[in-house]
Write a protein that binds this ligand. Structure first.
Ligand SMILES: Cc1cc2nc3c(=O)[nH]c(=O)nc-3n(C[C@H](O)[C@H](O)[C@H](O)COP(=O)(O)OP(=O)(O)OC[C@H]3O[C@@H](n4cnc5c(N)ncnc54)[C@H](O)[C@@H]3O)c2cc1C
Length: 374
């Protein structure tokens, strides 16, 4: 019998299954609503066939196996254009850390709902005054018996309008507690009284993220992730996941867009020039780096500030790819309403989300190169 935990055999079996089970998105609707519908449809089919459960612990409804199996599923699904990288990325950003910090019963109850497409989750970290300086966040949680009452505002919360739950950071410690020990994480039901979600339109003309208001929202104490004061540690543990399996599927998507660019440039009768070569080199460098990261994660190593390198390489490769599209497809970005225009605009966000390029460079200088404070 084939060992499905062996990455090569796993990929082949998944590819065979995908050949027999057509999950291509219905044509004609490229709206965010359509992406979300397709996302849930794909998860349901993959979960029912078992694929979405590999690489996740059995204690949380998975079938076990190395993390790398998850990366392979993401690569095949997003790289083939079956699911969009945005909604798909939320699985790898949020779930591993939720499993690490939640009560085992909570993870066992909730994770299968996410992986099977019954629901979506969002990440409530950033606030109007707290992005890079996340530890300054002001959303507050106050304990009242068996509940915590949460008040404050989050912003840039991706896909919150579709989300059933939010992994939220709130301040629980007083002024005498150091910032990094004063933050606590909660797993909040977004249909709780007092939650208001307002979509925000981005410059690429999509309501991809939201402001989320919490007005005296009561959250049961058993929805805390970890212990009081563990929120900062949780946030730091989450980032490396965001930059490993999650990046791998985005890289597969960028390769598919590189191939599409080559095809379009050829149709327009233009030469494949050195700019194209440089875009490919940036993508390939990123993929090599990310491959090593997947293997370190798969071998059980703890990822840390070293993933700031992956983040910088991702942002620069993505932006270079779409700069090349702008240069080689005259007017496609500036004048026409094409996917290149939307994606070019979105690529500008790559050096902001999940940690800005400047802050990542500071981390590399300080923590990896020991160059002292900025
Ligand atoms: C597409 C997208 C999706 C997002 N999704 C989510 C989400 O789902 N959930 C969530 O919680 N957040 C999300 N965010 C928010 C994201 O995490 C923040 O935008 C990011 O952390 C930067 O914070 P900020 O926007 O407040 O910018 P700021 O931190 O105010 O930074 C502004 C500028 O100052 C620079 N800067 C800041 N500090 C320093 C420093 N010490 N040294 C040098 N330069 C510095 C930054 O590099 C940047 O250029 C998303 C953002 C984007 C763009």
């Amino acid at each position: 019998m084939t060992d499905l935990f062996e990455p090569g055999a796993f990929r082949t079996a998944l590819q065979n299954w995908l050949a027999d089970n057509d999950l291509t998105p219905p044509p004609g609707d490229d709206s965010l609503d359509a992406h979300q519908t397709q996302h849930l449809r794909v998860l349901k089919a993959l979960y029912n066939a078992g694929w979405m459960r590999y690489g996740w612990p059995e204690s949380a409804g998975g079938l076990g196996g190395p993390d790398i199996l998850r990366a392979i599923v993401g690569e095949e699904i997003v790289g083939r254009g079956i699911d969009h990288p945005g909604p798909y990325s939320m699985l790898d950003v949020l779930t591993p850390t939720m499993i690490d910090y939640a009560r085992p019963e909570l993870a066992a109850e909730m994770v299968p709902k996410l992986l099977s497409g019954q629901e979506s989750w969002c990440q409530g970290f950033s606030e109007p005054g707290s992005g890079s300086d996340l530890a300054s966040l002001t959303t507050r949680a106050v304990q009242q018996g068996d509940t915590w009452v949460i008040s404050g505002q989050k912003v840039w919360t991706s896909f919150a309008q579709y989300a059933t739950r939010c992994i939220l950071l709130a301040r629980t410690g007083g002024p005498d507690v150091p910032n990094h020990q004063a933050i606590t994480a909660f797993f909040v039901d977004l249909d709780s009284p007092g939650v208001t979600v307002r979509p925000l339109r981005t410059m690429h003309d999509v309501d991809e993220f939201c402001e989320v208001y919490f007005d005296d929202v009561a959250v049961p104490a058993d929805r805390m992730l970890g212990e009081p004061g563990d929120g900062w540690k949780l946030a730091m543990d989450l980032l490396p996941y965001e930059r490993s399996t999650c990046f791998w599927q985005r890289i597969a998507y960028l390769y598919s867009r590189f191939d599409a660019l080559v095809a379009e440039v050829k149709i327009q009768g233009q030469a494949i020039d050195s700019e194209m070569g440089e875009a490919y080199l940036a993508l390939h460098t990123l993929r090599c780096r990310s491959r090593a990261t997947q293997h370190r994660l798969g071998n059980g190593q703890k990822l840390g500030p070293d993933t700031s390198i992956d983040k910088i390489l991702l942002a620069s490769a993505e932006q270079r790819l779409y700069d090349t599209a702008r240069d080689l497809l005259p007017g496609a970005v500036e004048l026409d309403d094409t996917p290149w225009r939307t994606e070019y605009l979105y690529s500008r966000a790559a050096s902001i989300y999940g940690g800005t390029a400047e802050v990542q460079r500071n981390i590399i200088a300080r923590r990896l190169l020991d160059l002292g404070r900025e």
